[in-house]
Design a protein around this ligand. Structure first.
Ligand code: G3H
Length: 254
């Protein structure tokens, strides 16, 4: 029974890899829409992957969300040198504090026994505030680390779910509907073809930065995110997708 289950998952991994054209896919059993432990299983897969690649001087940039919080929950030391660093990929985002990148980064660093830097910037930012803030020394210092990130861990959200959770202004919500936004990641909203249809002004990792980062790890599961994941991978750059069985099956239906 157990061996059949494992075999089933590796078949799913291969099918997702081919369908979405991703270097590496890991599928864990279950549906994270219903069970929190499924997010932690994705987290454990992420920690094992990091243990195989992290070196001294690596900088790991992390986004927010409940999935990333679950990864933090199961974080462990990644390398003997203890000389790598966690940084948030972006500022605060109208989310509960436990879902914000800063909180998650501090928890990951504590569990891994290494240092971290925080980013005290609101998100979204107005254009004028943006120009002032990026020149603020304490913020600029963290931004330098973020620009040097060698690893990115990020979540993917269903566009309208994320817009609501982050208390997005009504006119922006209408625009997202009009432009048929399906996915949100890094403050970017994408349509079904993977085109960027809206972008929140943020300090931190920008989509084009992903092209030069060694390891981009996407962690997202649950049947409800199937379409969002498929749309993100139309154009999104990621080396590894860690997902669950329910999302994988939903992706293959589409
Ligand atoms: O950008 C995507 C969201 O951070 C995903 O949030 O992990 O709580 O679904 P979630």
């Amino acid at each position: 029974e157990f061996m059949n289950e494992i075999k089933g998952l590796s078949v799913l991994e291969k099918q997702i890899k081919d369908k979405l054209n991703i270097e590496k896919v890991i599928v864990v059993p279950g549906n994270s829409d219903h069970f929190e432990w499924v997010k932690q299983e994705m987290g454990k897969a992420c920690v094992s992957f990091l243990q195989s690649v992290i070196d001294s001087k690596d900088i790991i940039a992390v986004t927010g969300g409940t999935t990333m919080a679950a990864v933090a929950n199961v974080m462990n030391p990644l390398d003997k040198t203890n000389n790598y660093l966690f940084v948030p990929a972006r500022g605060g985002i109208g989310e509960k504090v436990e879902n914000q990148a800063n909180t998650i980064v501090a928890e990951m660093a504590r569990k891994a026994g290494v240092n971290y830097r925080l980013l005290y910037a609101p998100d979204p930012l107005s254009e004028s505030a943006y120009q002032t803030i990026i020149n603020e020394p304490s913020i600029n210092e963290t931004l330098q680390y973020i620009r040097g990130a060698t690893v990115v861990l990020h979540g993917i959200g269903d566009a309208m779910t994320m817009a609501k959770r982050r208390k997005t202004p009504e006119n922006v919500e209408e625009e997202l509907l009009l432009r048929r936004a399906i996915t949100e990641a890094f403050g970017y909203y994408f349509d079904a073809m993977g085109n960027v249809v809206y972008k929140v002004r943020t300090v931190g990792i920008q989509l084009e930065d992903l092209n030069t980062i060694d390891h981009v790890v996407t962690i997202a599961g649950g049947q409800s995110k199937g379409k969002a994941i498929a749309s993100y991978f139309k154009q999104g750059k990621s080396n590894l997708l860690i997902t669950d069985e329910a999302a994988a099956k939903e992706i293959l239906k589409g």
